[in-house]
Design a protein around this ligand. Structure first.
Ligand SMILES: [Zn+2]
Length: 286
């Protein structure tokens, strides 16, 4: 076991209890232990991060969310990535999203369909599968941002599946597909490509909600990849501007200063061959 039992308990408890228990944890251990790293994130953002005793299944109006507790080794692998990505968000951004809880688990399902992540809007909870697709770290990073954006998108106006202003940026006659869940049979759907002008990949064409979430995730993880694309894709450039405007009106701290910080992230992420993505079949983001 990688995590001491008492520290395992810490992450599943509320922030208030986390603070209470923090004094019992040796400072020297806090530096590297995943449980303590997650506790720090939970405290900073005033959210709960559940790993030890996730409750499944969770009934929702659209189907049950199901999953399993992650193994300590899986959590150990995932925690540095989660922490690095999540802490890019200003605290005010997360507060505005009304997110209350992140559940890190495995074998995640929604309404019987295997998922990498599930935003549960009714309970202000984000479920993340820490193991599926873990062989591609860039992919895992993107999944987190993509799914968190769905929560933002829902919170900004209560509407996910239509955005007329955004859709109007597309070429005349363009129609989105039937949603991300129906792209499961397309092995290359998430790979960046020039094949669809105005879009980063096939997945972005499956729904306006996926178009926005993919663009957000790419900006967070592959900022300069997007900048290169918009040099020769005016529609995509307009979408980047609209997305940034949308985010800034949602939360004032999602401003140029933040994007400047994002733009200075290590560029090895984008510089890897193929834009940082393993070609072939890896799980789809929904
Ligand atoms: Zn999605």
């Amino acid at each position: 076991m990688f995590i001491h039992k008492s520290r395992q308990l810490i992450i599943s408890l509320s922030v208030a209890v986390l603070v209470l228990l923090a004094g019992t944890t040796a400072a020297a251990q806090r530096v590297t232990a995943p449980a303590d790293d997650l506790a720090d994130v939970a405290k900073t953002y005033q959210i709960e991060i559940v790993t030890v005793a996730p409750v499944f299944p969770v009934p929702t109006d659209y189907g049950a969310i199901d999953g399993q507790r992650a193994e300590p080794k899986q959590l150990e692998n995932y925690t540095p990535l989660f922490r690095a990505e999540f802490t890019l968000y200003p605290t005010s951004f997360v507060k505005r999203s009304q997110l209350k809880r992140v559940v890190l688990c495995t074998e995640l399902y929604f309404a019987g369909q295997r998922r990498n992540a599930v935003p549960d809007f009714a309970h202000d909870t984000l479920y993340l599968d820490v193991a599926r697709g873990a062989y591609d770290r860039t992919y895992l990073r993107k999944v987190m941002h993509h799914e968190f954006f769905h929560i933002i998108d829902y919170r900004d106006d209560g509407e996910l599946y239509s955005d007329e202003r955004w859709s109007a940026l597309n070429a005349p006659g363009f129609k989105y597909g039937t949603g991300g869940r129906n792209a499961q049979g397309q092995p290359t759907t998430s790979l960046p490509t020039d094949q669809f002008p105005g879009f980063l990949n096939h997945y972005s064409t499956t729904g306006v909600e996926e178009d926005k979430a993919e663009l957000f995730a790419f900006l967070m993880v592959d900022y300069w990849f997007v900048q290169e694309r918009i040099k020769r894709d005016g529609v995509l450039g307009q979408k980047v501007k609209m997305l940034k405007d949308l985010l800034k009106s949602f939360c004032a701290d999602m401003n140029d200063e933040l994007w400047n910080k994002i733009s200075k992230r290590p560029q090895s992420l984008a510089a890897r061959a193929g834009g940082g993505y393993i070609a072939g079949s890896f799980p789809k983001i929904v």
